[in-house]
Design a protein around this ligand. Structure first.
Ligand SMILES: NC(=O)c1ccc[n+]([C@@H]2O[C@H](COP(=O)([O-])OP(=O)(O)OC[C@H]3O[C@@H](n4cnc5c(N)ncnc54)[C@H](O)[C@@H]3O)[C@@H](O)[C@H]2O)c1
Length: 446
């Protein structure tokens, strides 16, 4: 396909994956961000986020990528501009669109022919509002396309190259054609829709994913009470072709920069439109409660946590990213401190940890240092390094060899054989088994 100069606004996960992905397909891409350090770092070939493969791909395509603080540099060359700025949650749970509107207002000064492509996740109806604002300013020649992003951090580049689908929602078919053409080399299904439907596909997809997560977590919680093993149960569910195996990993719940805010934004959008989204409200509540269940597991074994040392292992919201936004570790760290525990945290890539945590969390360089003298190790993020916990050196270093595995990443048989007490999510626990046996004994026979 012919080379098309592209502009990208916002150099975060989505902006950088989009920019390097299109550069790799042969396009010249100008990326604008408002953070001077970020632009300086990228211009010097330093990637400011932890995303596997990104630094190499950027290096390979350096001659087609340009980073700038100036919007004019983007407008000078590009006629298709992808908006990839953040849309965090506001206090009311809605999406904060201030960065989006900032970009639209800047672009609206442009007299040239242009297509604005919204990749940021926005509430349904945003495109319609943007279209109105552009028209009011006499900018009917500026096109608008909704092209929501579905990448996952940690696999962002693979997701760009091999997406499950590309959604292109447009007001004018010709604008949609231009955006769809950019994705043609990827051989992915391209779904053409109106703008509102494209916006809804993004929010509904994330709502479906978090619903599966909360569903399997609730099944896990019931498994704990009835003596079933969630790992086998999830495998059995996932083999059903109607259901599939994805997003059936029980654990301490979802976090990150997208799921919590997008679920909340859809719930709020529905409420503002006069509909109480009962299911999504429950999904969100289940997730909040799920994070705290591991604290109760610690209490079950240790009694009061006051003065007890807990190693908090893994801080980022998932492995292979340094993103700390809405990470369950933040809730757990605060909760443990509030219970009077000494919290010693470890993570291989998390940055600015002290900024995210309340005072009092100690930082360890290695998992072994974190568990030294600890009463419990709490696995929060399934970093592969944590499989190394199952060693006699670790067991002997701990005051109490208790592992609470919030991600079901370890093999219970191996961990127990190594001399640890092991608790996971939705898996038989020595304590519960004993309790059930004593309950059964005390029941009257029928
Ligand atoms: N991170 C993900 O996994 C993911 C996946 C799918 C969709 N999304 C959505 O994509 C959007 C971007 O997410 P992200 O994680 O890449 O965000 P991010 O916070 O990592 O990056 C946003 C970038 O935009 C920059 N920015 C803000 N205002 C700007 C402006 N006026 N001009 C230029 N740059 C500006 C910020 O400095 C920042 O570098 C969000 O709406 C998010 O919901 C994110």
């Amino acid at each position: 396909m012919p080379e098309e100069p592209i502009g990208v606004i916002g150099a975060g996960w989505v902006g950088l994956a989009t920019a390097t992905g299109f550069a790799d397909l042969g396009h010249h891409v100008t990326v604008r961000d408002v953070t001077p350090e970020r632009v300086a770092a990228l211009s010097a070939g330093v990637v400011p986020i932890h995303e596997p493969g990104l630094a190499q791909l950027l290096e390979q395509n350096r001659d087609r990528l340009r980073f700038t603080l100036e919007l004019d540099d983007v407008l000078e060359s590009a006629r298709i501009i992808f908006v990839c700025v953040g849309t965090p949650a506001t206090y009311s749970g809605e999406a904060d669109l201030s960065a989006v509107w900032g970009v639209i207002d800047e672009l609206a000064g442009c007299e040239r022919e242009l297509v604005i492509v919204m990749k940021s996740t926005v509430p349904v109806g945003t495109g319609e509002r943007v279209r109105r604002r552009l028209d009011e300013r006499g900018l009917a020649h500026v096109g608008y396309v909704s092209n929501p992003e579905f990448l996952a951090e940690g696999t962002a580049l693979a997701n760009f190259r091999n997406p499950d689908r590309v959604v292109v929602g447009s007001f004018a078919a010709t604008d949609g054609d231009r955006v769809a053409a950019l994705y043609a080399p990827l051989a992915a299904p391209i779904l053409r829709t109106d703008v509102a439907s494209a916006e809804m596909i993004k929010l509904a997809s994330n709502a479906a994913l978090v619903t599966r997560i909360s569903f399997i977590n609730e099944i896990a919680n019931v498994c704990e009470l009835v003596g079933a093993d969630i790992e086998d149960v999830a495998r059995g569910i996932g083999l059903d072709r109607r259901l599939g195996p994805h997003f059936l990993r029980a654990g301490i719940g979802y976090g990150g920069s997208c799921f919590p805010k997008d679920a909340s934004a859809l719930k709020q959008l529905a409420a503002n439109s006069g509909y109480h989204f009962q299911l999504l409200a429950s999904v969100i509540e289940v997730n909040e409660l799920q994070k705290r269940r591991v604290v109760q597991k610690l209490r079950d074994h240790l009694g009061s946590l006051h003065g007890k040392t807990v190693a908090l292992l893994g801080l980022t919201f998932k492995p292979h990213t340094d993103d700390m936004r809405e990470a369950p570790s933040l809730v757990l760290g605060s909760r443990l401190l509030a219970e009077g525990a000494v919290v010693r945290a470890w993570d291989p890539v998390a940055r600015d940890v002290q900024r995210h945590f309340p005072d009092g969390v100690e930082l360890a360089e290695t998992p072994l240092e974190a568990v030294h003298g600890a009463d419990a190790a709490l696995i929060v993020t399934e970093w592969p390094e944590l499989t190394e916990l199952v060693r006699s050196e670790v067991r002997d270093a701990m005051r109490t060899p208790l592992i609470v595995d919030g991600r079901n990443m370890l093999d219970p048989t191996a961990v127990r054989a190594a001399g640890f007490t092991y608790e996971a999510i939705g898996r038989p626990s020595a304590m519960v088994t004993e309790l059930n046996e004593s309950r059964n004994e005390s029941r009257l026979p029928f």
